[in-house]
Design a protein around this ligand. Structure first.
Ligand code: 5GP
Ligand code: ZN
Length: 110
């Protein structure tokens, strides 16, 4: 996806502070942190949001959740973090490449 900022980060065309990377996923610090810990975890392959995650990608879905857990451990926030994925405009999604916010160090409701 040519104009997708997160695809550019995956390709190395835009800089990011990478926390974790494997064949399928990439985690990097949010450029505008809303909490003391604010990391984004994305699939490397472009898809717009959770609505765009196909049934056939169950393995990737599991990979995303398991690596979120690992990244939380690497950040030292196990047992005290929130995971958020904004899906669509009404939910406040700004970047249309599926991503999960990993947030810790501040209280958010809900
Ligand atoms: P959304 O509202 O789509 O769930 O959140 C998108 C997030 O991506 C925002 O928290 C924003 O700060 C972050 N973001 C947008 N552009 C960049 C970028 O170029 N680099 C990084 N590291 N984060 C970005
Ligand atoms: Zn993308």
């Amino acid at each position: 996806m040519e104009n997708c900022v997160f695809c550019k980060i995956v390709k190395g065309d835009l800089p990011a502070t990478v926390i974790f990377e494997n064949e399928h996923v990439l985690a990097f610090k949010d450029i505008n942190p809303l909490a003391p810990t604010h990391v984004l975890l994305i699939p490397k392959r472009h898809m717009e949001s959770l609505d765009d995650l196909p049934e056939s990608e169950a393995a990737l879905a599991g990979e995303l959740l398991l690596r979120i857990k690992d990244v939380a451990a690497k950040l030292g926030v196990t047992g005290g973090y929130k995971v958020v994925s904004n899906c669509g405009e009404a939910a406040g999604q700004l970047v249309y490449h599926l991503h999960f916010h990993i947030l810790s160090g501040k209280k958010f409701v809900p």
